[in-house]
Design a protein. Structure first.
Length: 253
């Protein structure tokens, strides 16, 4: 499959049962937002499944939960379950970007729980710098800094090389998603838990990321999704278009 081929990954269906898909040719990189119980992980699994079925190489990074929610993909995808594994995988991707040609397989890189993955630990006060706890915190922060740097490099150069990042977080903010990352996230998938409060989530997504969407339309779609009684409802925001849909759920969901 050519890296220039228009790639669509099926997400689910709209209320009228029309299929909804993520167009990676229009916007290469995607933000996925959702709290506990929202169906965010189900949406990520759907993206991974669709990408594999279309011949993508898939990389899944989950250093917070040790990739426990993605073990079913162990035989078909590359899983990184620690910070060190994430660094090795991302370094390999970054090093290979310049060598990828048009005939290379497209790559989908999913990073789950991005915020806690890249957040620094406060350095312990009152401890000698030779103390093991102080050294451990320093080493952790060196890893998070390295991951942040690699993500910024890959998201900047990845589009032309057929590498697509999916960054998943419970709440988008400027501390963990700086402008160098946000400006390249042209798609947003917002997973909504039934009855959840929307608060300022619509404004954060519209004004913080390159989706080109209208805040009122996003807020209306999120409110509609939150009013549903069953699980799996979400909103796709991409290229100025706001689309409520229901994620395709596994048979046992």
């Amino acid at each position: 499959m050519s890296t220039t081929t228009a790639n669509r990954l099926a997400l689910g269906h709209a209320e009228d049962q029309s299929p909804i898909s993520l167009d990676l040719a229009a916007s290469a990189h995607t933000l996925v937002v959702g709290g506990t119980g929202s169906g965010k992980t189900v949406a990520l699994r759907q993206l991974a499944t669709q990408a594999l079925d279309q011949g993508f190489e898939v990389v899944i990074i989950d250093a917070i939960r040790r990739a426990l929610g993605f073990r079913a993909f162990a035989d078909r995808a590359t899983l990184a379950a620690t910070h060190d594994e994430a660094i090795r995988v991302l370094e390999g991707l970054d090093a290979g970007l310049s060598r990828r040609d048009e005939g290379a397989r497209p790559i989908l890189v999913i990073i789950d729980e991005y915020a806690p993955t890249v957040i620094d630990e406060p350095l312990p006060r009152g401890l000698n710098k030779a103390d093991p706890l102080y050294i451990e915190a320093q080493e952790h922060n060196a890893r998070t800094e390295r991951i942040r740097h690699l993500v910024e490099a890959i998201i900047r150069k990845g589009r032309s090389a057929g590498v697509h990042l999916v960054i998943s977080t419970q709440r988008p903010d400027c501390e963990t998603l700086p402008g160098a990352v946000r400006e390249h996230l042209g798609n947003a998938i917002i997973a909504v838990r039934p009855g959840m409060r929307i608060s300022d989530l619509a404004a954060m997504v519209v004004h913080g990321f390159a989706t080109g969407a209208n805040e009122a339309a996003v807020n209306d779609a999120l409110t509609q999704a939150a009013a549903q009684e069953n699980r799996g409802h979400a909103v796709l925001v991409s290229s100025g278009t706001v689309t409520p849909f229901r994620v395709t759920l596994p048979a046992n969901a």
